[in-house]
Design a protein around this ligand. Sequence first.
Ligand code: ADP
Length: 610
Amino acid sequence: MAPGIFSRHVRLNLFWKLGSAFVALLIAVLLPVDYYAERTLRRDYERAGFEQLTSIARIALASPPPVSSLSTTSRTPSPALREWLAKMAASGVRVTVITSEGLALADSQSDPHTMENHAERPEIREALANGDGLSLRHSVTINRDLLYYAVRFSVPGGPPVVLRFALPVRAVNEEVWAFRSRLWFSSLIVFLVTGMASLLISRTFARRVERLQFFSRRVAEGDFRPIDADRYGDALEALAVSLNDSAAHLDRAIRTLTEERNLSAAILGSMVEGVAIVNSAERLLFANEGFAGILELDSPPQPGSSLVEVVRQTELIEAVRDVLKGAPRVEAEIITGTLRRRFFAATVASVKATENSGAVVVLHDITDLRKLERVRRDFVANVSHEFKTPLTAIQGFAETLLAGAMDDPQNRVRFLQIILEHSQRLARLTDDLLELSKMDADRLDLEVDRLSASQVVQSCVETTQRLANEKHLRVSINLPPSLPDIAGDRRRIAEVLQNLLDNAIQYTPSGGEIVVSASSDGQEVTFTVSDTGIGIPQVDQPRIFERFYRVDVARSREVGGTGLGLSIAKHLVEAHGGRVWVESEVGRGSQFHFTVPVFQPQHAAFRTAR
Ligand code: ADP
């Protein structure tokens, strides 16, 4: 409803209600007032009339008409009687003299001959019987209502006559009507004045109600600013004050709820875990970005979209269905992606957030856990496998020796030699594993010093020289003249370089060439070990730094490799804050690069455990 129409509606409604109530009240008051006032007036008037008549009667009896003129036979009044009549009627009273038979002897207003017999008139009968009589009735003679008072007057020597006095009632009626018209007129004035007042009151009232209505509509639309309370001190003002309180309360409650909702939305939105709520009709009520990301959806699904249309993983759909059927909590594992598979633990729990029960789904990324489990399984399998070969060999040759080969001087030394080689391999394996486990446990103590890059290269190449010579390999160093010093643990950096040089020697056929070079960009020094060896196939290159990974397992074993050297080297380089990588071409050779930070003054204080 439009505000103007509302206001007019309220105003008219109030006006009619107030107006009709007032008219009803007025009539309810006026009618009895009118009735009783008329009665009282009439009675008072009649009483006054009768009193006037009785006092005139008393005067008349005190100075009665001449007895001689009261002859019952003559109906023509004597002059003396007429004079008496005129005197008595001077005050406006009609005076009649009537015989005991009812004949009018004289009348102050009519001719007695024209008058009927009055014997049956109540006041006459009463006067003749009791001495006086009263009556209020219509006069046939003069055709009007009259008040009558009659007294018996004894005529000496004859029958008594009745002296009757009458006053017209018209004066009473006129008086009553005058009073009544004054009463109704003043009531009409009061009615008009109060009608105007009620119109004004209803207008003000309607405006105030209208303001309250606007206010409540404003509150419903979310505007909680208080309304200015008027100063009428009535129930409407009290209503405005309590509406203000309610609005303020509502405002606070909504603010708190909004803050809580924003907080929840922020928490859910920033969670890497996927969270979704599904209703009993298997429709998504909510899903955060994590959920969309995990299920590789382009955007978070719209609320209300069907679960089966959004989710392809049947395990998850089944879990949700189990919970919707009544299971309190169901755990499942889902896998996403085809090339890069990712694993997620799905927890579906029953939730009673809405009228009907639903399910809340939480997806937690366990890819790393699964990867770690696989690495651990592979590692245990690899370690067992690596130990098995030398142990089997040692066991086999020891048994052969015990079984009698000890007495064979030719084979005895060869067998013992083999046992020694395998036990040395076992020792190398255990050393490498120990070192790796130290690195894993972050217990690698680095003693970072200022090192001359060329000195480190020089000493490593010298150590390798003998082996290289044996294999007829040429090892050369190619360093720029001004190479900055590096910040590193001398023994560890040497270990890395030595490892790369050993590999280069091992995987380069005789006659090949090995070059150790270095360069610097001012931030770090990059060391490179290049060989002209067998090279590494492209597919294996990203994996050779993994534990136990070998391109050619048989060949690596043959040269005494453990498959751990490069992974140890990678750990050590990264512990120094550097990187290691390979470039290689099968049949042409490989280049292994690793970086070490250039020594900075702050490194002087940096001797720490990593
Ligand atoms: P290993 O003890 O077997 O040498 P590494 O971790 O040192 O173990 O090396 C891993 C694998 O990388 C080797 O088995 C080998 O196949 C390959 N590889 C390492 N260095 C070279 C190189 N310079 N030339 C060719 N292949 C190499």
